[in-house]
Design a protein around this ligand. Structure first.
Ligand code: AMP
Length: 112
C-alpha cells in the first residue's frame, strides 16, 4: 500500500491531536470536524480499508471498535456514530483504514 498522511501521523512526522495510542492503534481528532466531537481511530498496520482486511485482522478490527468506545467515553459521549468509508465511491479520501467517531450533536439518519 502507498504512503498516506496517516502513516506520517503514526510516525509523528506531522502533528495531530492524539487522544489515545497503544501498540496497535491511534485515535486523533479529525482536522475537518463534522460534529462537535469527531475523531478517527486507525490501526498502525497499513490496511487500505475494510475490503483489504483479512481473517488475520479479526482481533485488530475488534480492538479498533473497543478503542472507539473508550475514547468516545473519555470525550464524554454517550450517543455517537461510527462511520467507515470503504472506497472512493463511498467517500474514502485517505487510503488507510479509519473509523470516524462522531458525536456531540443530534445525528440524522439516513446519512448522505
Ligand atoms: P475519508 O474521507 O473517510 O477517507 O476520511 C478522511 C478524513 O481524514 C477526513 O475526515 C479528513 O478531514 C481527515 N484528515 C485528513 N488529513 C488529516 C490530518 N492531517 N489530521 C487529521 N485528520 C485528517
Amino acid at each position: 500500500m502507498t504512503e498516506t498522511i496517516f502513516s506520517k501521523i503514526i510516525r509523528k512526522e506531522i502533528p495531530a491531536a492524539i487522544l489515545y495510542e497503544d501498540e496497535l492503534s491511534l485515535a486523533f481528532r479529525d482536522v475537518n470536524p463534522q460534529a462537535p466531537v469527531h475523531f478517527l481511530v486507525i490501526p498502525k498496520k497499513p490496511i487500505i480499508n475494510l475490503s483489504d482486511a483479512t481473517e488475520a485482522d479479526q482481533s485488530l478490527l475488534g480492538h479498533l471498535l473497543l478503542v472507539a468506545n473508550k475514547v468516545a467515553t473519555q470525550e464524554g459521549l454517550t450517543g455517537f456514530r461510527l462511520v467507515t468509508n470503504n472506497g472512493a465511491e463511498a467517500g474514502q479520501t485517505v487510503f488507510h483504514l479509519h473509523i470516524h467517531v462522531l458525536g456531540g450533536r443530534s445525528l440524522n439518519w439516513p446519512p448522505g
